[in-house]
Design a protein around this ligand. Structure first.
Ligand code: ATP
Ligand code: MG
Length: 249
């Protein structure tokens, strides 16, 4: 679905990313973990076509990604800046439908469905600033899903949220993604979040940023915040990743 090969990114004499090779398969949920500054956002921006690599390439279904495209949606960490404050909740979701040129008569129904899926149906006439952080992030996710993407790229989407909101959203995203069959690349610096959500976890090393190790996650779905996190396999994956990426690394 998405194939990155021989990708380097250099700024001046600084090697930011080096020799990145990654193939993401259709319907797969791949998590990338790494310390702050290792190049996760830079890599995601290249997958989204927002930044051009110095060497190598990103391919989507066999064609080079040379700019943003409607099949690839991005959820940013900073939901405050991703949403349009002068548009209502419904208006923000509708934006994706306008971009897809969905006829006006069909838009309201799709907006209602997307908002119901993320639990915001009763807030459709509110403005983003009237919502909590968790709700704003759910709105950004609803807008991305309304884009009907084949690939969803998420850059630390829950980084700014408290632990309880975060766990609720992890379950919502897992459910939405499995229902829609979208392929996901999810970036986080939270090892447990990566194991909880991923089919595969890719650990990144830094200076220069490169992919260090890949762990296939063999845990049943749907996952459960209590039982999955207590599962011996979950703890073994955590152990393995903790050694690769110790705190303060
Ligand atoms: N255009 C650029 N010019 C110079 N340096 C850059 C540029 N883009 C990124 N960098 C540097 O590349 C490194 C990786 O940045 P990036 O934002 O991708 O890290 P990150 O892994 O997403 O970090 P965080 O977890 O804090 O979000 C950083 O050292 C950053 O300063
Ligand atoms: Mg980042």
């Amino acid at each position: 679905m998405l194939a990155i090969s021989g990708l380097d990114f250099t700024v001046g004499s600084l090697d930011i990313l080096q020799g990145i090779e990654l193939a993401v398969h259709e319907h797969e949920f791949v998590c990338i973990v790494g310390a702050s500054g290792c190049g996760k956002t830079t890599l995601l921006r290249m997958m989204a076509g927002l930044l051009t690599p110095t060497r190598g390439e990103v391919m989507f279904r066999g064609a080079p990604v040379s700019g943003p495209r409607p099949e690839i949606a991005v959820v940013f960490q900073d939901y405050g800046r991703a949403l349009l404050p002068w548009r209502t909740v419904a208006g923000n979701v509708e934006l994706a439908l306008e971009a897809r040129r969905v006829p006006r008569s069909e838009r309201a129904g799709i907006v209602d469905e997307m908002l119901a899926r993320v639990g915001l149906a009763d807030r459709k006439d509110a403005f983003p600033t009237q919502l909590s952080g968790g709700m704003q992030q759910r709105l950004q996710i609803a807008r991305c899903m309304a884009q009907s993407p084949q690939v969803l790229l998420m850059d630390e989407p829950f980084g700014a949220l408290d632990a309880m909101t975060r766990q609720g959203l992890q379950d919502e995203v897992a459910r939405l993604c499995s229902e829609s069959g979208v392929t996901v690349v999810f970036i986080t610096h939270d090892l447990e979040e990566a194991i909880y959500l991923g089919d595969r976890v890719v650990a990144m090393d830094r200076h220069p940023g490169r992919l260090a190790e890949t762990i296939a996650i063999d845990l049943e779905r749907p996952r459960n915040q209590l039982t999955t996190r207590e599962d011996a396999r979950f703890l073994a994956y955590r152990h393995q990743l903790f050694h690769l990426l110790p705190p303060g690394h």
